[in-house]
Design a protein around this ligand. Structure first.
Ligand code: HEC
Ligand code: HEC
Ligand code: HEC
Ligand code: HEC
Length: 156
C-alpha cells in the first residue's frame, strides 16, 4: 500500500514538473535578437533609429558613469539602458551579449526572434503603447528630466 502511494506521488511530481518545463520552454522560445537582425527587412526603420534615436548609443552613456558606481548600482542601469535584461534571451553582459548592449527595437516591439525568422507580423505579440514606454520612462524619471515621451518619438 505504502509503496503504491509512493509510486503515485512520484508520477504526480513527474506530471507536474513535465508541465512546468513545457511552460518554460514555450516562454523561452521567443528570444531577443538585437536591432541588427531587423535591418535586412526594415532598412528604413533601422537606419533612422541608428541615426536619430539616443537609445542606439545609450550603453556608452552608462559606461561613462561606471567608475562612480558599485557593481550592483551599475547592473541596475541595465534594466533600461540595454535590451531584455533579466528576461529569457536578453542582455547579460557586454561580453556575452554585445548585440543587446543598447536599448534597441525590441524594447518597444518585444522580443523578436520568431518574427525575424518568419517575417510574419502576427508573431510580434506587443502592441506598442505608452505602457511599454513607462517601464523605463517612469514617473520618477519623468520628474527628474521634466520630459514625458509621446508614442511616436524616440523610435524611427
Ligand atoms: C525576414 C524579414 C523580417 C525580419 C528579419 C524582421 N521583420 Fe518585421 N516585418 C516583416 C514583414 C514582411 C512585415 C510586414 C510588412 C511590413 O510592415 O513591413 C513586418 C512587420 C513588422 C512590424 C509591423 C507590425 C504590424 O503589426 O504592422 C514591426 C513593428 C516589425 N516588423 C518589427 C521588427 C523587428 C523589431 C525586427 C527585428 C527584431 C523585425 N521586424 C525583423 C519582415 C521582417
Ligand atoms: C527605470 C529606467 C532607468 C534606469 C534604471 C536608469 N536609467 Fe538612465 N535613463 C533612463 C531614461 C528613460 C533616460 C532618458 C531621459 C528621460 O526621459 O528620463 C535616461 C537617461 C540617462 C542619461 C542621459 C543620457 C544623455 O542623453 O545625456 C544618463 C547619463 C543615464 N540615463 C545614466 C544612467 C545610469 C548610470 C543608470 C544606472 C545607475 C541609469 N541611467 C539607470 C532610464 C533609466
Ligand atoms: C521607442 C520605441 C520604438 C523603437 C525603439 C522602435 N520602434 Fe518601431 N515603432 C514604434 C511605434 C510607436 C510604431 C507605430 C505603432 C505601431 O505600429 O505599433 C512603430 C512601427 C514600426 C513598424 C511598422 C511600420 C512603420 O514604420 O510604422 C516597423 C516595421 C518598425 N516599427 C520596426 C522597427 C525596427 C526595425 C526598430 C529598430 C531598428 C524599431 N522599430 C524601433 C516604436 C518603436
Ligand atoms: C528599455 C527601456 C526603454 C523603453 C521601453 C523605452 N525607452 Fe525611450 N529611452 C530609454 C533610454 C535609456 C533613453 C536615453 C538614451 C540615452 O540618451 O542614453 C531613452 C530616450 C528616449 C527619448 C529621448 C530622445 C531620443 O531620440 O532618444 C525619447 C523621445 C524616448 N526615449 C521615447 C520612448 C517612447 C515613445 C517609448 C515607448 C514607445 C520608449 N521611449 C520606450 C529607454 C527606454
Amino acid at each position: 500500500m505504502l509503496k503504491s502511494i509512493a509510486i503515485l506521488i512520484c508520477f504526480g511530481i513527474m506530471w507536474v514538473s513535465c508541465f512546468a518545463a513545457g511552460g518554460e520552454a514555450q516562454e523561452r522560445n521567443v528570444l531577443y535578437v538585437g536591432s541588427e537582425a531587423c535591418k535586412e527587412c526594415h532598412d528604413a526603420q533601422f537606419k533612422s533609429f541608428m541615426a536619430n534615436s539616443k537609445k542606439a548609443g545609450s550603453f556608452a552613456n552608462i559606461l561613462r558613469m561606471q567608475k562612480k558606481l558599485s557593481d550592483s548600482e551599475f547592473r541596475d542601469c541595465f534594466k533600461c539602458h540595454t535590451t531584455g535584461y533579466g528576461e529569457p534571451g536578453g542582455f547579460r553582459s557586454a561580453e556575452k551579449t554585445p548585440h543587446l548592449k543598447n536599448p534597441g527595437c525590441e524594447v518597444c516591439h518585444g522580443a523578436g526572434s520568431i518574427h525575424a525568422e518568419s517575417g510574419d507580423p502576427s508573431d510580434l505579440k506587443v502592441k506598442v503603447s505608452l505602457k511599454v514606454c513607462n517601464r523605463c520612462h517612469n514617473s520618477e524619471r519623468v520628474a527628474a528630466f521634466g520630459f514625458k515621451p509621446i508614442l511616436y518619438s524616440g523610435g524611427h
